[in-house]
Design a protein around this ligand. Structure first.
Ligand code: ATP
Length: 462
């Protein structure tokens, strides 16, 4: 086991493109670190540099204290696990799992022991003599993991390892990977573009955008205290809603409702002139008919464009009432257009499933403004803390508000169903190409040796 340190690491490709821009990251010994970000942000390139599959252009890369910039992949003592499993189709599971050890001329008896131990850990014992083609996608991915485990490397590097699995299996495997990592205690770096995976798997998450790390922290911290608009919009499902807002006197004017300024917002606005971008998590809304009168907050009427009912939660979409000029300007300045889950002309509200709101209704909705986040529309930087004022609504969320535990939060655990049903697409479309293609993918030589409270912002209810 070992720590992994990236010290101002840059990757410039021969064509001059800078895919990773001077990133610094310390992954502790035994830590499970997730690199997450949209396609093309440089996460795979960063992982490949750690693996030694890509050269480091500038900066220092250390594994277990050793500078490894110039060390060959096979001498880094790491194991990589890929999306396409990269299993040898002509070998049995046993041979696949033991192959790297065989190459390393480990004694056959020792290979058998290690393979059998790993197979037991991964529930593969009864499949040891089978070929990969005859296994399910989940079993193949477990074989790929087994092959990494038997080597007992200093670190696991995983690049979207679950992407080829269907949605249900992915959730199951996610749990298995998390348990396995915690049991083995091996330093792990895991690349994904899926924020749900990022939030549910890792000890810490590094959010990347355009070759740079935006923020590193435990999932809850990223959710509750995003440093900027990009992180706020990327983490959470359905995504945070963003609207252009202005402050007039003691009022924050959102396009669809006016809300009283909290002390937190007032402090933030002292040093800020002009409009702001207000970020509102879907869970801050409720059907006004289901909210007790003394609960504070504001209510407003809006036409419901769409209702998505997922059983334990219900999403109502309504117009943000923003002009298209405002939308275009904001999208360009603050980079919102890079966030696939954030639509600026529609607001998504997460309502109690008991709500009777229907598509086309002129509905009365309620909003708790206490945790609205304000962002600078140019830099995207967060301006206020987003913590509710002591006198504010927090205690109202406590009891008797008629919500169920599962339904009332922008829960990261819940977000799989949310993401499937709502604005942030997940990877279901990948399901069409998994298994078959994987086995034809003979590993390259280097494959092995190189080759607010997410239980929601409303956890205050418990
Ligand atoms: P994805 O999830 O789509 O794989 P990613 O975040 O892993 O995205 P990378 O594969 O690391 O992204 O690529 C980062 C950027 O570097 C991309 O814009 C990509 O086009 C560019 N890039 C990758 N390989 C090369 C190369 N050999 N030469 C030039 N540019 C490259």
């Amino acid at each position: 086991m070992a720590d992994i340190v990236l010290d101002h690491v840059t990757k410039r490709f021969p064509d001059g493109y800078e895919a990773v821009k001077s990133i610094s990251l310390e992954i502790k010994d035994g830590e499970f670190m997730i690199l997450v970000g949209p396609s093309g942000c440089g996460k795979s390139t960063a992982l490949n540099m750690i693996a030694g599959l890509e050269d480091v252009t500038e900066g220092e890369l250390r594994i277990g204290g050793d500078l490894v910039n110039d060390r060959a992949p096979k001498d880094r003592d790491i194991a990589m696990i890929f999306q396409n499993y990269a299993l040898y189709p002509h070998m049995s599971v046993r041979e696949n799992m033991g192959f790297a050890l065989k190459l390393a001329k480990v004694d056959q008896k020792e290979i058998d022991t290690r393979v059998e131990e790993a197979a037991e850990t991964l529930d593969l014992t009864e499949h040891l003599e089978r070929r990969p083609a005859n296994l399910s996608g989940g079993q193949r991915q477990r074989v790929a993991m087994g092959r990494a485990i038997v080597r007992d490397p200093r670190a696991f590097l995983m690049d979207e390892p679950l992407s080829n699995l269907d949605a249900k299996l992915r959730v199951q495997m996610r749990t298995e990977v998390a348990e396995l990592q915690s049991r083995l205690g091996t330093t792990t770096v895991y690349v994904t573009h899926d924020q749900t995976e990022a939030m549910t798997l890792g000890d810490r998450v590094a959010v990347m955008r355009a070759g740079e790390i935006q923020q590193v922290g435990p999932p809850q911290e990223l959710y509750n205290e995003p440093k900027n608009l990009f992180v706020a919009g990327f983490i959470g499902s359905p995504a945070m809603n963003f609207v252009v807002a202005s402050v007039e006197g003691d009022t924050l004017k959102l396009p669809f409702v006016d809300v009283p300024l909290t002390d937190d917002m007032r402090d933030a606005m002292k040093d800020h002139a002009g409009n702001v971008l207000a970020g509102v998590r879907p869970g801050r809304f409720e059907d006004a008919a289901l909210v007790e009168e003394d609960k504070g907050g504001v209510t407003f009427k809006t036409k419901v464009k769409l209702v998505e009912s997922l059983g334990s939660e219900l999403f109502a979409h309504f117009s943000s009432e923003q002009s298209s000029d405002q939308i275009d300007k904001v999208a360009t300045d603050a980079g919102l257009d890079e966030l696939s889950g954030s639509s600026l002309d529609t607001i998504v509200a997460r309502l109690d499933p008991a709500s009777k709101v229907k598509r086309g209704d002129e509905a009365e909705l309620w909003l708790d403004p206490s945790k609205i986040l304000l962002f600078d529309p140019e830099s995207g930087k967060r301006l206020n803390t987003g913590r509710a004022d002591a006198t504010d609504h927090e205690h109202h969320d406590g009891e008797g508000d008629g919500r169920t535990d599962e339904g009332d939060s922008d829960s990261v655990e819940d977000s799989d169903s949310a993401s499937e049903g709502s604005s942030r697409p997940d990877q279901s479309e990948d399901d069409s190409h998994g298994a078959g293609e994987a086995d034809t993918d003979t590993p390259s030589e280097g494959t092995d040796t190189k080759s607010e409270e997410p239980g929601g912002e409303r956890a205050d209810q418990t």
